[in-house]
Design a protein around this ligand. Structure first.
Ligand code: ACM
Length: 265
């Protein structure tokens, strides 16, 4: 199957324009699974709780999730995409998974980055994996990558493809994802954004692009440039992620020694 990402520069607060842009990018794309950036329809740099309250939405009955479900069903594709979620009186940095039959599930970001901590509640869903007709899909969001436990938890729960909606600012992720994929033998699709947001005096955020798809062997199948709006895709075979063997003596999951990993919990 063909998996892809759409890397672009969303305008802050311009949900309709940003979603229109995604719909137009997908129109001519041949993909079965598409990953969009973190906060793809709202932009990233929130500067007040009121702004978060105004732009966050319930899931699945909100404008953005409904638009994604519609796009999934029209194009018969699966989509993973990030959005600010309102749930009761809490706000989460979330990502939804939609498919041809509509909404499938939501993941709430576990490890909040920087000033996200001012506005959002750390996620309470844990690392979820959905068994779909195109493979077992897990989601983590941006800074989650910095914690090897995130991808490991997804892989141990059976994820074959990890969708990774992102708004990366630090430079380390693109060159680190091959290691995450290699040690867990899973595909990873990082969908980052481009552009600069300087909505707050003295705080200019530059997003580093370089979205990529990485194979279970740690190969970068495609990588976007730093500053280009682009939809890129690669042929992937999620079933190969079931094989954790390195050689006749080593299986990366069977060789684990959890009795010696107690400090991890
Ligand atoms: C990030 O988690 N948006 C860096």
């Amino acid at each position: 199957m063909k998996a892809g990402f759409y890397q672009f520069n969303p305008g802050f607060g311009k949900k309709e324009d940003n979603i229109r842009k995604v719909v137009s990018a997908v129109k001519n794309a041949e993909v079965d699974f598409l990953v969009l950036p973190e906060f793809f329809a709202t932009g990233y740099q929130f500067i007040s709780p009121d702004e978060v309250a105004e732009l966050a939405e319930p899931v699945p009955d909100g404008y953005t999730t409904e638009a994604l479900s519609e796009l999934s069903s029209e194009r018969k594709i699966f989509i993973a995409a990030g959005l600010p979620e309102r749930h009761g009186d809490k706000f989460y940095n979330s990502a939804v998974l939609t498919g041809p039959q509509g909404f499938i599930g939501v993941y709430r970001k576990t490890h909040l980055f920087f000033e996200e901590n001012l506005y959002f509640t750390p996620g309470d869903t844990g690392f979820k994996v959905w068994n779909t007709e195109i493979g077992r899909i897990g989601i983590m969001i941006c800074f989650d990558w910095f914690f090897p436990e995130a991808m490991r938890s997804l892989a141990l729960s059976g994820a074959e493809v990890v969708a990774h909606p992102s708004n990366l600012i630090l430079p380390h992720c693109p060159d680190s994802m091959p290691v995450r994929s290699l040690e867990n033998r899973v595909y990873a699709i990082t969908a980052n954004r481009t552009g600069i947001e300087n909505r707050k005096a003295g705080q200019s955020l530059r997003f580093i692009g370089k979205s990529e798809i990485v194979s279970p062997k740690g190969e970068i199948l495609v990588r976007a440039p730093e500053d280009e709006e682009v939809l890129m895709a690669a042929e992937i075979d999620p079933g190969t992620a079931k094989d954790k063997k390195l050689n006749p003596f080593n299986d990366l999951f069977k060789d684990r020694r959890p009795e010696y990993y107690k400090p991890l919990s």
